[in-house]
Ligand binder design. Structure first.
Ligand code: 13P
Length: 286
């Protein structure tokens, strides 16, 4: 995927779903969904997910699907080290997110720039996403999560970051969190679920011309997604919600008599497929 292809793609619909996989069944659900909707889908693998799947296997599966005309793209999600980003560039992933959000600004700029330069040298068909602002949480989170003022992306710093690193996409922190916590403490105030700062999304979009990515999409409601898109988000990541479906359906299926893997796993794939279709249509068509 190159910049022009992404821009053309984003002109055809409102926003794309990014969905994470670590098993073949999750991958298959993504394929089944795209076959039905004909809406492009970004399939993501974090470092843990791609190590479990096997980076070569997931890359081959995506290539095979592309050859069949199925519109799926592969993202190396949250690469924490330059080497892990380089590996995904070498494997010709469509997207690589270098996540330097835990570093200080200068170090984040420096390392992200190195990844962009490596891409420029090695493979122009991988787009690089940078991350600015801090996103807390994870899929197994159960309690209350705290969002501090300093976690949020500052629009001016976002502008400086994009200018200096020349990333193709930008992940931002605007009240979004990874996982589905019981509650969120935002700047000292406790609320039931994440509250997105739509004004901030708009301000960042006005300063930054590259597509904006919203991570931590699980647990939001329909209105939140649509408002985020309206204000400038082009890609929404959802993982925890799909992991929950995977586990719940698998447990249900395992209680049945059969020991035949495809009979046990098929209902899991079907349930996940249905949810992917729901989000794809919501984000792409509005
Ligand atoms: P959630 O698990 O909160 O949906 O976040 C997913 C994500 O951002 C993956 O990059």
């Amino acid at each position: 995927m190159n910049k022009e292809e992404l821009n053309n793609l984003l002109k055809k619909g409102r926003a794309l779903l990014h969905y994470n996989v670590s098993t073949f069944e999750q991958f298959k659900a993504g394929i089944e969904a795209v076959k039905e909707t004909k809406i492009p889908l970004i399939i993501g693998v974090s470092e843990g997910e791609r190590n479990y799947f096997g980076i070569n296997y997931i890359e081959d599966l995506i290539d095979e699907a592309k050859e069949q005309g199925i519109k799926v793209f592969l993202n190396a999600d949250h690469c924490k080290s330059i080497n892990s980003a380089k590996e995904a560039i070498d494997y010709k992933f469509d997207f690589v997110l270098f996540d330097g959000s835990e570093l200080n600004l200068q170090e984040n700029i420096l390392r992200t720039k190195k990844v962009v330069e490596y891409r420029n040298k090695k493979n122009k068909n991988t787009l690089i996403e940078g991350e600015i602002g801090y996103l807390t949480g994870h899929s197994d989170i159960e309690g209350i999560i705290e969002l501090k003022e300093e976690y949020f992306t500052d629009p001016e710093i976002a502008e400086e970051f994009v200018k200096k690193t020349k990333v193709d996409l930008l992940a931002i922190s605007v009240g979004n969190v990874h996982g589905i916590p019981k509650g969120v403490k935002i700047k000292g105030k406790l609320v039931e679920k994440p509250k997105l700062d739509f004004k901030r999304i708009k301000e960042i979009k006005e300063k930054v011309k590259v597509p904006l990515v919203l991570h931590g999409g699980s647990g939001l409601n329909k209105k939140d997604y649509l408002k985020a898109i309206e204000n400038g988000i082009s890609i929404i990541h959802i993982n925890t919600e799909f992991r929950n479906i995977w586990k719940k359906e698998l447990e249900k299926s395992l209680k049945k008599e059969s020991i035949v893997p495809y009979k046990i796993l098929n209902p899991v794939v079907k349930k996940i497929t249905k949810k992917i279709i729901f989000y794809q249509k919501l984000f792409w068509l509005g």
